[in-house]
Design a protein around this ligand. Structure first.
Ligand code: C5P
Length: 233
């Protein structure tokens, strides 16, 4: 099972992202996440440029539309060479299968495709009252994870607190990519359900997404290395 630390490039311009990546020595290429902010600011070329610099890229655009539109969007994304791409499980199995098929490149390779189950910003009360989902949060997350697995996807984005139950329901090879990671001695910021890198490994996370504890640290390179050491120890 691959295990790694992914740094979200939560910047509004390519310049800031490149300045951040310049902190790393030539031989050290962290796995990075490109989300909507950077992608929409800079365009698809930013993915190709960061790949060209030797990084692996999780393209976090959370596709969610009718299957035909997702199929065409995913075909365009497949040309960018990302290593992980995600979609919303709420788009249904037909949409997830359409994404998976279109992300497969002519040479047969494809990125790992993972699903968002419920956003961690959606609380159980909002899910039940606004989305009219009557089940509890954990049951809903597991149900969406099982739908993603049945559709052929490789894993889900989830809280590290859910990683163990997702593995139990979907099997040890089903990937869990988990944000909400904090060092034992760092600020929680706006994350509420958090875990340390070491505990996330024990809980079954395959990839941890660690933003502010690295990016906002006085010494981001040292913070990244600490995170890798704690997670992969
Ligand atoms: O700074 P922090 O470590 O909280 O950053 C976490 C990253 O993971 C951010 O890019 C955030 O958007 C993303 N994320 C999250 N919770 C989710 C999905 C993505 O925090 N459920």
């Amino acid at each position: 099972m691959p295990k790694d630390v992914i740094i979200p490039l939560d910047f509004s311009s390519g310049r800031e992202a490149y300045d951040f990546l310049a902190l790393f020595p030539a031989g050290e290429k962290p796995y990075v996440k490109i989300g909507m902010e950077l992608f929409y600011s800079e365009g698809p070329e930013i993915v190709q440029e960061i790949k060209r610099r030797g990084h692996r890229v999780f393209l976090d655009l959370k596709l969610h539309d009718i299957p035909n539109t997702v199929k065409k969007a995913a075909a365009a994304l497949s040309r960018l060479g990302a290593d992980i791409v995600n979609v919303h499980a709420a788009g249904t199995g037909e949409m997830m299968r359409a994404a998976l098929a279109s992300l497969t490149r002519p040479d047969g390779t494809r990125p790992l495709v993972i699903a968002v189950t419920q956003l961690t910003s959606t609380g159980e009360e909002a899910m039940q009252k606004e989305l009219l989902i009557n089940a509890g949060m954990e049951e809903t997350v597991l149900h969406y994870a099982k739908n993603a697995k049945a559709s052929g996807l490789d894993g889900v984005v989830c809280s590290p607190l859910e990683a163990g139950s997702v593995k139990a329901a979907c099997g040890p090879d089903f990937l869990t990519v988990t944000p909400g990671i904090r060092f034992a001695d760092s600020a929680a910021d706006d994350q509420t359900r958090i875990m340390t890198p070491e505990k996330a490994r024990e809980a079954g996370s395959d990839y941890i997404v660690v933003g502010r504890p690295i990016i906002a640290a006085g010494d981001p390179l040292a913070a990244y290395r600490r995170c890798v050491n704690e997670f992969l120890a």
